[in-house]
Design a protein around this ligand. Sequence first.
Ligand SMILES: Nc1ncnc2c1ncn2[C@@H]1O[C@H](COP(=O)(O)OP(=O)(O)OP(=O)(O)O)[C@@H](O)[C@H]1O
Ligand SMILES: [Mg+2]
Length: 311
Amino acid sequence: MRARTETRIAWQDLPAAVRGEITGRLCAPVVRAETQGGGFTAGLAARLLLGDGRRVFVKGIPTGHPLAGMYEQEAAVAAAVPSGFSSPALLWSGRFEDWVLLLFDDVDGRHPSLAPGSADLPGVLATVASMGEVLSPCPYGAARPVAEAMARVSNCWRTLAADPPSDLSAWCVRHLPGLVEMETRWMSVAEGDTLLHADLRPDNMVREHASGVIHVVDWAFGYRGAAWFDIAWLVPYLIMEGHSPVSAEQTLAGIPAWRSADPDAVTALAISVAGHWELARRRPSRPRLRAYQKREALAALAWTAFRTGWR
Ligand SMILES: Nc1ncnc2c1ncn2[C@@H]1O[C@H](COP(=O)(O)OP(=O)(O)OP(=O)(O)O)[C@@H](O)[C@H]1O
Ligand SMILES: [Mg+2]
């Protein structure tokens, strides 16, 4: 797995009583724990091998941590993802002492490569294509509409335009009025009744070694909306792995939800995502996350320039 994490909490760092609670629920001792490197969250994320040969995946975070609410939200969403969708089953979740804990089926695999020609792409496309059907109607009753939940993503160009950073590219500066005008125009079009992941990127997918099946993990958001939203969200990640904007979009061409998406709304979402990453990458602290967000911003900007045709 890719090692680009901020420092993770390791299994051994858990208080003994918390480890005891987990092994008690699993009815077996942990004989090996492998901390996972994907992502940027500092919480515990580890693959556990149990004494009886079973494997489970554990996530955890102290209840006082600012992200604890997201872990509880993930537990609620993951519990609602239907078994017909390829995503590890949630075995148990709850609070114990000062910890929020989640136990999942373990997937023995690695992150898929989205690079042009990658043998992983057909599996990725099969999994994401199934989302529109298998995750509709939205099985998570408390899911917030994506436009409402992501309202912050759709006013970032407005924020940037109010006080443009000195290192904003000439292209962005030139097109600020258009970017501000367009950035909200995906919102009403993204209404729908599919459960959206809203953070679909390769390190939130695991390609199972044995079957090649792509499993989607890390359901920290769980919004309700139109299926094309999650598909479109993948485009910058395809570009980050070496696709041109044209080939990224061609890669998705077989997915019905992508084909039927309103082109202007997709362009507006590209703009919105680019603005989000442009703003996020300039926030202070967490240098490794900011470097990754800069790559996300550049990919989303390349996609935006392609879709708008603005020079
Ligand atoms: N059920 C699972 N089985 C095996 N590996 C998994 C499983 N769930 C997640 N992983 C691996 O662990 C990594 C971290 O998991 P996840 O993305 O859920 O954690 P996170 O701490 O919320 O990360 P992020 O920083 O992305 O928010 C994933 O990138 C993936 O490689
Ligand atoms: Mg993740």
